[in-house]
Design a protein around this ligand. Sequence first.
Ligand code: 5BU
Length: 236
Amino acid sequence: MVSKQSNLCVAADVTSASRLISLAESAGPYVCLFKTHIDIVEDFSPQLIQDLLAAAQKHNFLLMEDRKFADIGHTVSLQYSQGIHKISSWADLVTVHPIPGEGVITGLKSAVTNLHRGCFLVVEMSSAGNLASPNYVASSMEISKKHPDFVAGIVCQTSGTVQNPGLLQLTPGVSLDCQNDGHLGQQYNSPEDIVMSRGADIAVVGRGIIQATDPAQAAQEYRAKLWAAYEKRVSS
Ligand code: 5BU
């Protein structure tokens, strides 16, 4: 984040391997994290992973697979390391719902004994009507404390949820032009609000970048606005 002066994570929600790699090349120089939903790629192949890893190394970003694991420990350990995607072999970070309890984390950890891997716990979502109650958020934060060797951060929407300075706050729902995406439930904030009022350390931008006519230029613009807000917040 510091060397690239970027707290921007791009949500690369595209369905073809060539578009995914093209985004990694165009937005890659401006992001600290490149977030995938690998299961939406229609022409997935192991070569795509090799290309993604090469882009990550070239542009110095981490890969996050937004898999939102949410099952018993044994099942998530298989979903994480097996199947066609073999997520644990390439994704530096994954997302996890704490709904099953602590076993979801111990299960994931059991699949990666020799790899440098981590997760973000999803404790609050950006979507309208999401079910995260204050109790759920508090209990989820308790779980995060028990696994500092694997929980790198928290996905949430509210400033103050993350009290531990050792955890990063990742916050989706950021757009320069939209308030929502209609009946699909997404709710957006501006880059300034997400960092200054909602406490994001890293902000996730999907359609604001990937649907722009020039994704590289959009990524530059979001990076500049988000980083300026971040510097302002941490120095105030
Ligand atoms: P958008 O196009 O900027 O709306 O994309 C947002 C991305 O962040 C998308 O990949 C979602 O899966 C992801 N997301 C989210 O929007 N809200 C959440 O609470 C979580 C993830 Br967790």
